[in-house]
Design a binder for this molecule. Structure first.
Ligand code: FES
Length: 108
């Protein structure tokens, strides 16, 4: 499986312990900084599509959605409230102070 990486935002816009919603190549993505390790997922909550970046909270790897308080692991994408739901995660890279988010190559 290969990915194409696109610039998302400067690293200093997502300090340790924070999250940020960004639009990358037309897709809404949420970037998380957990102790200096960066993760990314689709921004709309898989429950009822409320923005994960604009509300809720991040505590370690645990993201709490601001709408109905469901929790997700931002590293694995697992939903802690209902295993039938899953965050769509993306690989993350960094270079020269910029965060890059990977999307699966359409040829895969
Ligand atoms: S929209 Fe996120 S928990 Fe309901």
């Amino acid at each position: 499986m290969s990915y194409r990486f696109y610039a998302a935002c400067p690293i200093d816009e997502v300090p340790d312990g924070s999250k940020r919603r960004v639009v990358v190549e037309g897709y809404e993505v949420c970037i998380f900084n957990v102790g200096g390790t960066l993760y990314a997922s689709g921004d709309p909550c898989p429950h009822e599509r409320v923005s994960l970046g604009d509300g809720g909270s991040l505590d370690g790897e645990t993201l709490t959605c601001g709408a109905h308080r469901w929790q997700f692991n931002v590293r694995t994408g697992a939903c802690l409230d209902d295993p039938g739901f899953q965050l769509r995660t993306h690989p993350v890279g960094r270079k020269d102070g910029t965060i890059y988010v990977g999307f699966r190559d359409e040829e895969d």
